[in-house]
Design a protein around this ligand. Structure first.
Ligand SMILES: [Zn+2]
Length: 104
């Protein structure tokens, strides 16, 4: 899974209210933007080495095997760059490896 980061600024989002596409307030270490065709909205997603997040947002550039992590700070988001890691969909005590199941 390709992981990038974004912040609530107009450069990243085209708006600056910090409200996700699902209507929640974006929160650092929690909110990620996903392609809802790959990861259902509201899902708990574990990104290896990065933590566990909730799919609360979407984005025009977030398609297929790509996840965007919300961060409060633009510089931090830029510094994150582009990373590759394994992603798992968490359902109860089950983990589905998204990396293998959703290769495009
Ligand atoms: Zn930004």
């Amino acid at each position: 899974m390709t992981i990038t980061a974004y912040c609530p600024c107009p450069i990243c989002c085209g708006k600056s209210d910090g409200i996700t596409s699902s209507g929640t307030r974006a929160k650092e270490k929690q909110t990620i933007a996903v392609d809802p065709n790959v990861i259902p909205m509201g899902s708990e997603v574990h990104l290896e080495g990065l933590g566990t997040f909730i799919a609360e947002d979407t984005g025009g550039a977030i398609k297929g095997n790509r996840i965007d992590i919300y961060m409060d700070d633009h510089t931090q988001a830029l510094l994150f760059g582009i990373q590759e890691t394994k992603a798992y969909l968490i359902k109860g005590n089950q983990r589905k490896n998204l990396t293998q199941d959703t290769l495009l």
